[in-house]
Structure formats: structure tokens, C-alpha cells
Ligand binder design. Structure first.
Ligand code: ZN
Length: 318
């Protein structure tokens, strides 16, 4: 009977565990890559639009995990492999998802839809915000570029995105044209109906004053007539300086603001600090639709959820 010393026994156990880990990891990698995702969306809300158009035709996958921010994400090797296999990549563009730049540029042009450069979208682009103070490490031009790149928060741009995805999929699977046409029509119908509900729901809050955490909501707010006093930061990774915070606090008090909105991805202590000792309420806006399941109604559900998030704080008394 062989005799094991405690160290050799440990070594044997350890290498067995390592071996199993390797096997598990390889199986996971293979299954992720093999699960052939025809449409890959950079961000969840773009996945919502793609899932509506591709419903019953092709699966849709999202690169950015729930809870992560597009502002500081780095791709995993499995993401890179998944992107290489993508039949269509849907993304805003290098000014928004910097983490996708090299993967996207290595795909042939017909396998990516860059929303910010679609001819239907460029006339709808909004100018980006300005940094709150001049010594800010990043200014708006160096950060998101000249325009506001949170395009998925514009219902009008969402329609252009759906059209582009539809056309690309028709070219890819012409035999499914009828289904794709129907899906696009259903998406637009949902959006029109939802649009009326949201407009009605938000109308009473058009004169309410509030601050948002980061400059992401311009399209949505312009579309529904909401007017924020301003935002804390252009880049959520960079906290506003003392001078900017002082200015925000003065405005909150002088303008009798109702709310300041944090985000599930970012809930910095500056928000609590600024609100302390004022009558302002703290709400949460989720610009990425965390937890919303991808299906043909998820984009409209996402916009309704965002509207509810505005309303549930703005309806409070100051
Ligand atoms: Zn942003």
C-alpha cells in the first residue's frame, strides 16, 4: 500500500482540483462560444431593440454584464471570442463603448451596425454636455465626443436602430423576411402606444426641478419635455470637485429642487453629502435597464420603468 506524505497528498489533491477547474473553465468557454449568438448588442437597451426585431429569428446576446458600466468595462477573452463569431454587432460607436473599439473594427463592415454613424441617426444627434468646471480632467469633447452618445434613450433613434437591424437581418436571412417585417411593425406599434402613456404620465412633472447624476438622459428628457437643472458629471468615473458640488448644492436650495437622481451602477457618497440638510429627495434612474429580460416588449418596458423612476421621486413634495 503506497504511503503518502501529507505534502504529496495535498499536492495530489491540489492538482486534481486544478485539473477540474481547467476542465470546467474550458467547457464554459466552449459552450459560450459555441452558443452561436447571431446578434450581439454592446449594451442591454440595444439588446432590447435587437430582441424585438430578431424575435423568433435569431438569438440576441449582450456584451456588457448587468451592473457594469460602459464607461469602465474591459472585455473578457470570452467576450472577444463571442464578438468574433457575431453575425451582427449592434453598438453606438467608439465614443461610447471604447471597450469594443478594436473588436468592432476587426469585424467586416457588413457585420456591425454603428448607430452613431447611421445616416438616419446623425441628424438626430444632440450636442453633448459641458464639464462642470474647467479643470476637469476630461472635457466633453475628449470624453463622449461632441455629441451625447446615450442614443438608446431616444425613442426616435430606437426606431432608426430597429430599422437598421431589420434591414441587416433581412439581408442575412432573406427567407425570414416576413417574420422580420412583422416584428418591426409590432415594435413600432408598441413604441407608439407606450409613447402616449409615458407622455401623459410625465406631463405633470415638466416644471419640476432636479439634478441627475450623469449626463445620460438628454434625449429622453428633451423628448418628454423634462428639464433638469443639470448633472453632477459627464464621466461617472470622475467625481465632481468641491467647487462644482458647492454650486449644485446652492442651486438645489435656491431653486427648491425636488430630487437628485443616482444610478444603480453609481451611487456615490457625494449624492448623499449634497442632499444632506436640504429638502431634496434622492431617486434612482437606471439608464441601462438592469434585470429586464430580453424579449419583444423589453424596450418599451425599459422606457416605462425609467418614466416610473422619474415619477416616483418627482411626485414627492418639497
Ligand atoms: Zn455616460
Amino acid at each position: 500500500m503506497p504511503v503518502f506524505s501529507p505534502t504529496s497528498l495535498l499536492r495530489a489533491i491540489f492538482s486534481t482540483i486544478c485539473f477540474f477547474c481547467l476542465v470546467v473553465v474550458s467547457v464554459m468557454m466552449v459552450s459560450i462560444v459555441d452558443a452561436h449568438a447571431a446578434v450581439v448588442a454592446s449594451l442591454r437597451p440595444l439588446g432590447f431593440i435587437a430582441a424585438a426585431v430578431a424575435d423568433g429569428v435569431m438569438p440576441v446576446e449582450v456584451v456588457l454584464p448587468d451592473g457594469a458600466s460602459p464607461h469602465d468595462y474591459a472585455l473578457w477573452p470570452t467576450d472577444v471570442m463571442r464578438l468574433k463569431k457575431a453575425d451582427v454587432l449592434v453598438w453606438v460607436g467608439p465614443e461610447m463603448e471604447a471597450f469594443l473599439s478594436s473588436s468592432a473594427s476587426s469585424l467586416p463592415a457588413e457585420r456591425r451596425i454603428t448607430l452613431a454613424s447611421l445616416p438616419t441617426v446623425t441628424p438626430l444627434l444632440q450636442k453633448g454636455g459641458k464639464a462642470l468646471h474647467k479643470n476637469h480632467k476630461y472635457d466633453s469633447n475628449r470624453y463622449h465626443g461632441e455629441y451625447n452618445m446615450h442614443l438608446w434613450l431616444s425613442p426616435a433613434i430606437a426606431r432608426c436602430a430597429a430599422d437598421a437591424i431589420h434591414d441587416r437581418l433581412v439581408a442575412l436571412v432573406p427567407e425570414k423576411k416576413q417574420r422580420l417585417d412583422d416584428n418591426l411593425q409590432i415594435f413600432n406599434t408598441f413604441l407608439t402606444k407606450n409613447d402616449k402613456n409615458i407622455a401623459k404620465m410625465l406631463a405633470p412633472f415638466r416644471t419640476k426641478k432636479y439634478y441627475v447624476f450623469h449626463d445620460a438622459y438628454g434625449y429622453f428628457e428633451a423628448y418628454y419635455g423634462l428639464t433638469p437643472l443639470g448633472y453632477f458629471t459627464i464621466n461617472p468615473e470622475i467625481q465632481p470637485g468641491a467647487q462644482a458640488l458647492h454650486k449644485i448644492r446652492t442651486q438645489l436650495v435656491e431653486q427648491q429642487a425636488t430630487c437628485i437622481f443616482a444610478e444603480p451602477q453609481f451611487r456615490p457618497s457625494v449624492i448623499n453629502a449634497v442632499a444632506r440638510g436640504t429638502t431634496v429627495h434622492i431617486g434612482t434612474l437606471d439608464p441601462l435597464g438592469r434585470g429586464i429580460v430580453l424579449d419583444k416588449e423589453s424596450y418599451t418596458r425599459f422606457l416605462s420603468q425609467l418614466s416610473n423612476q422619474y415619477m416616483s421621486c418627482l411626485e414627492k413634495n418639497t
